[in-house]
Write a protein of this length. Sequence first.
Length: 175
Amino acid sequence: MTRSTPEHPERPDDRVDRIVAAWARERPDLDTTPPAVIGRLHLIGRLLTAQLVAEYERWGLSEGEFDVLATLRRAGAPYARTAGELASHTMITTGGLTKRVDRLVERGLVRRDVDAGDARQRTISLTAAGRALIDDAYTAHIANEQRLLASLPAEDRAALERILAGWLASLERAP
């Protein structure tokens, strides 16, 4: 079965189309179209995560370790943040952050120092080796993301970015 749209006149049905059609048949009393978007986003998210993680692993990093190093690098010189700041600028919980920072300290990629302004706080900083690694890994990461987006025309990428940004903002505002 082929589903035609003006943008994709010969797009073949995928498993999401089959799931939506089956639910529409079984539950005609419900609007079963949301999985056409949500289901695809879920599947795309899983596929993208696998591709991104594979690239991080090429550099000897987990997804969380890459996130910590990238967050420190984009902070700008001196490439340091307190643990609380680091947690708020990553997608990692504070509990998960401690384990990742410990592993990065062991590998000589970051160091923990007593915060100059508050002896109770610790500052996590990139070492020279950590900065060199994240610079190389991030260059490869961007090339990987470009490859993953290459099949989308520029105008579709721009529209998708705008749509997803608006949707994310509304979901984050929701109780």
